[in-house]
Design a protein around this ligand. Structure first.
Ligand SMILES: Nc1ncnc2c1ncn2[C@@H]1O[C@H](COP(=O)(O)OP(=O)(O)OP(=O)(O)O)[C@@H](O)[C@H]1O
Ligand SMILES: [Mg+2]
Length: 305
């Protein structure tokens, strides 16, 4: 989730949520000596302390930290290093320098995040993330945020479920680090590719694309090409290419339901629902249905884009 120019809360489904105060509404004041509030998210309080960040904790942290520790152990560097918890109980992670794919106050989305190059790099990041999980078995006793802990079924991985520009940091040398692991849980690897297709192509309804980081909705041909490049970066199989659009629609509808479900108990998510996040996700799903033939034709074309 991102912050639109002017500092208003905005998210994948994005619409203004009512002013700067909405960004932190309902959260405790994080400011303490030596802490800098990091903007760009909507649902956690994130502060920088030296070379670390401290985030709002949750019961899902142990499951997530076990995954992140495994990734570090096998030499996958596309995720932040876990540093444990601080004296206030907050989750502590390494601070990752670089550019984040969010709209800043008065600033457009950094240009790179809408390029073919970005889609190729993210597809590759997803492939390496999934492959790095070989040998990782989540502890079924540890809960995820959105579901109880359980063993992985055949073919499953831990899916990040939120690999979008607003959760991606591009380092000075171009390496990508994905942050915000709160939504990860076991699932089909295609779910990650589908969520990223939604956010990176992006598969957005025209009126929403216009409202967010584009003066005009992007050309369908450009969206179709970026979608294809993402699948290429992931080395998607023909079966994955065949199922990608249905999986993207499923991610959109699931995301809408998840945000609405979380809104029942969490003010930050209620603000997102009020801002139209769930409604926009469902509009995006309809947009994919409307353009399915053109998008699928691009995915089925084996020539490099
Ligand atoms: N490890 C990190 N290194 C550097 N910056 C970070 C790190 N983690 C978070 N940030 C910064 O803090 C911002 C918010 O982080 P994060 O995405 O974790 O918050 P969130 O509120 O959970 O997000 P969302 O609204 O997507 O749920 C990011 O946009 C980024 O600028
Ligand atoms: Mg985030």
């Amino acid at each position: 989730m991102a912050v639109e120019p002017g500092g208003m809360a905005i998210e994948p489904g994005g619409m203004a949520a009512g002013g700067p105060e909405a960004v932190t509404a309902g959260r405790t004041d994080p400011r303490a000596a030596g802490e800098t509030v990091l903007h760009g998210g909507n649902t956690s309080v994130v502060v920088r302390v030296g070379d670390t960040v401290c985030r709002t904790p949750g019961p899902w942290n142990p499951a997530v930290h076990a995954l992140l520790a495994h990734l570090a152990r096998v030499g996958f560097h596309g995720a932040p290093e876990v540093r444990g918890f601080d004296e206030r109980g907050r989750e502590v992670l390494a601070y990752v320098p670089g550019e984040v794919g969010v709209l800043g106050p008065g600033q457009p989305l950094p240009q790179w995040f809408r390029t073919d190059d970005a889609c190729m790099a993210v597809g590759d990041w997803l492939r390496r993330f999934h492959e790095a999980q070989r040998g990782f078995a989540p502890d079924p006793a540890l809960p995820w945020r959105m579901q109880a802990g359980r063993e992985l079924l055949a073919g499953e991985v831990v899916v990040h479920h939120d690999v979008a520009p607003y959760n991606t940091i591009r380092g000075p040398g171009g390496a990508l680090t994905v942050i915000d692991w709160d939504f990860c849980r076991p699932g089909d690897p295609l779910e990650d590719l589908a969520f990223s297709a939604w956010q990176w192509a992006p598969l957005w309804a025209d009126e929403r694309a216009r409202r967010e980081d584009h003066a005009a909705a992007p050309e369908l041909a450009d969206v179709a090409r970026r979608l294809c490049v993402l699948a290429q970066g992931y080395r998607a199989t023909p079966a994955q290419r065949g199922g990608l659009l249905d999986a993207a629609i499923a991610q959109m509808l699931q995301h809408a339901d998840d945000v609405e479900g979380l809104a029942e108990a969490d003010l930050a998510f209620r603000r997102l629902v009020e801002a139209g996040v769930a409604r926009n996700a469902r509009l995006d799903a309809r947009w994919v249905e409307r353009h399915r033939a053109r998008l699928q034709a691009a995915l089925d074309d084996p020539s490099p884009h």
